[in-house]
Each structure stands twice: as structure tokens, then as C-alpha cells.
Design a protein around this ligand. Structure first.
Ligand code: DAH
Length: 337
């Protein structure tokens, strides 16, 4: 077998030396080293040899294979250079500008969350996270949704099994946070949320940022001050807010907060559906039951909470007119920010 290898090696080396065109060189490489090549076939025969011989012949064959590949590479270079001499237009131009590397960038939703975090950090809020796979207790029970109460239908819940579900809002992180920290506490809780809903204005997965502040004597005035400051940092000092009475099981009193439409400045347009206002936040004073679920005594402490949709914020801030842009991953959209 050694002799056989020797013969093949000599034959191929000679052929490589004689060849005068790149195309022929490639043919030689395939015939010798390709999947059905001569050398390959001999190497396949190795497995029938006794182990000691197999090792020796195997080593020789591998060395030969390496040498042949190097011969071929060298010959490729030689032939290329020869062709440049024959026709200088074929010569590579080292003065051509290089191709710029493709750089990735932060997704606009992550960027928006980071901006929101920066503003609240500057107000002394911590940033906390909770699980996306939640229990019925944290998502609903601890948030003061009565069992079998229609308020649960406001959330089109994706159940996993039994009491396990995908959280429909970031509010359950409030109770998880209160269980771990004692007042005074201030935190925001950004993250993904899920609802069984999919149309032009709803996506089954979306992002929220929850906020919570608990201390002695926290009042609705504090809530109003913090949210007004936040919104003016995001949308400019001219941003106008309107607090409208509303209902959430986990707050009392509750409010929905509208901002004067960024597009028409209150005159009425398609964005604000002619009303001059767009809803941007839900908020309220933390319900005593929710404080109790978080092991905080509502006789001593009060708190406010709020929740906002991140997609909504980004759409208003950057004038994005359709939710689907966030999730299509079209680079032409993503590169704009
Ligand atoms: N969890 C509510 C939702 O998803 C938003 C919300 C409203 C959060 C009021 C709050 C709040 O903390 O106080 O619609």
C-alpha cells in the first residue's frame, strides 16, 4: 500500500507541476483528493489493514495529502501571477477601499427601555425584573383581581397549565418586589408581557414598564409630580398631561393619563382619533390589599404605582405609525435610530 501511495503521490505532483490553467488544476484536485478521488479511495482501504500497519500507513498518507494540497496552492498562486503579467487588468488593486464591517445596533425598543430606566434612576428608582412565566396568584390574585371576576377578562390570558400562565402585565413584579424589600422603596420593572391578541394595534408579546413607590405619606400629588416630570423628560417641557378617573383592581383611586397629542398638539387628528389626547399610562394609589400581599402594612404606608406600554411610548416619541415595524426586523427600519 505504501508503494501504491508513493506512485499516486508522484503522479499527482507531476501533473500539478505541468498544468498551465487554473481550471485543470481544480480537475486534478478533485480527481486526487475529492470524495471519490484516487488518494481518498486508498485511504478508505486503510480500515482493512492490521492496526499497527494502519497507523503507519495512515500517517504517511496524511503527510502526502498535506503536501499535495500545498503544491496545489503554490501552483494556483504561480498561475494567477502569470495571468496578471499577461493581462494587468486581472491584477488585484490594493488601493481599493475595503468593505466596511456591518455593525449591529440596539433595537429601538431596548433603547426606549434604557432611556426610561435612565430617567427613573435619576429620580432614585431602582430597576427590578420578574419572571415572564407567572402564577395565577401573582398575575391576578395578589393584584386584587377577585376569582371569577370579569376584570380578569380585560386580560386575554395565555395559560400554560393549571395556575401557570404568561404574565399579562408587569404589575405582578410589584408584589414580588415588596416581598423582598421593605419601605421606603422606589422601583421600576421593565419586561415582556403577553396577551392572546394579535391585530393592527396589538401584538401577542409586548413590553411594559411598571413603577412603584411606597413610603409613609406618599400621596397622589407625588404620583402626579413624578409622572409629569418623566413625561416632560421624554417628550419635552411642553408636554401636557390629563389625569382621568379609571378603574384597576390593584389601585384605588385609579387614573388613566393622557398626553396632548404629539402630532396635532391637541387640535384632533387620526393619531388621537380627533380627541386631541392620547392615552399613555395607567396609574393609581396602591390598593391596601396589594400592599398586604407584599407584606406591607397599609395602616403605616401608602404608595403609588403606574404602568406604561413601551411600544406605545416609542411610537409616540419617534412617530412610528405601525406596531408591526418593531417585530419585522427590517434593517431599513432598525437602522434609522
Ligand atoms: N397593569 C395595567 C395594564 O396592563 C397597567 C397599570 C395600570 C399598571 C395602573 C399600574 C397601575 O401599576 O397602577 O393594563
Amino acid at each position: 500500500m505504501k508503494n501504491q501511495l508513493e506512485t499516486i503521490f508522484k503522479k499527482i505532483s507531476e501533473a500539478v507541476r505541468q498544468v498551465s490553467e487554473l481550471k485543470q488544476l481544480e480537475d486534478i484536485r478533485v480527481k486526487a483528493l475529492g470524495r471519490k478521488g484516487e488518494l481518498t479511495r486508498v485511504l478508505q482501504g486503510l480500515k482493512d489493514l492490521p492496526p499497527a500497519v494502519r497507523r503507519e500507513v495512515g500517517q504517511i498518507a496524511n503527510v502526502m495529502k498535506g503536501q499535495l494540497l500545498r503544491h496545489i496552492e503554490t501552483r494556483v498562486e504561480e498561475l494567477k501571477r502569470a495571468s496578471w503579467t499577461a493581462d494587468p487588468k486581472l491584477r488585484p488593486d490594493p488601493t481599493l477601499p475595503g468593505r466596511p464591517p456591518e455593525l449591529g445596533r440596539e433595537h429601538i425598543l431596548n433603547r426606549t427601555i434604557r432611556d426610561i430606566e435612565d430617567i427613573f434612576r435619576s429620580l432614585g428608582f431602582a430597576v427590578a425584573e420578574g419572571p415572564e412565566v407567572e402564577t395565577d396568584y401573582y398575575n391576578f390574585g395578589a393584584m386584587n383581581f377577585p376569582v371569577d371576576h370579569p376584570s380578569r377578562d380585560m386580560h386575554d390570558t395565555l395559560f400554560i397549565s393549571g395556575d401557570v400562565l404568561l404574565r399579562t402585565h408587569t404589575s405582578p413584579v410589584q408584589v414580588r418586589y415588596m416581598e423582598q424589600q421593605s419601605p421606603p422603596l422606589r422601583a421600576i420593572m421593565p419586561g415582556k408581557t403577553y396577551r392572546c391578541d394579535d391585530d393592527a394595534t396589538h401584538s401577542p408579546m409586548f413590553h411594559q414598564v411598571e413603577g412603584l413607590m411606597v413610603d409613609r405619606d406618599v400621596s397622589f400629588a407625588d404620583l402626579k409630580a413624578v409622572l409629569t416630570l418623566f413625561i416632560r423628560r421624554v417628550f419635552g417641557t411642553g408636554a401636557q398631561l390629563r389625569f382621568r378617573p379609571s378603574f384597576f383592581p390593584f389601585t384605588e383611586p385609579s387614573a388613566e393619563i393622557d398626553m396632548a397629542c404629539v402630532k396635532c398638539r391637541g387640535k384632533g387628528c387620526n393619531l388621537c382619533k380627533g380627541t386631541g389626547w392620547v392615552e399613555i399610562l395607567g396609574a393609581g394609589m396602591v390598593h391596601p390589599q396589594v400592599l398586604r400581599a407584599g407584606r406591607i402594612d397599609p395602616e403605616t404606608y401608602t404608595g403609588f404605582a403606574f404602568g406604561m406600554g413601551v411600544e406605545r411610548m416609542a411610537m409616540l416619541k419617534y412617530g412610528i405609525d405601525h406596531l408591526r415595524y418593531f417585530f419585522e426586523n427590517d434593517l431599513r427600519f432598525l437602522r434609522q435610530f
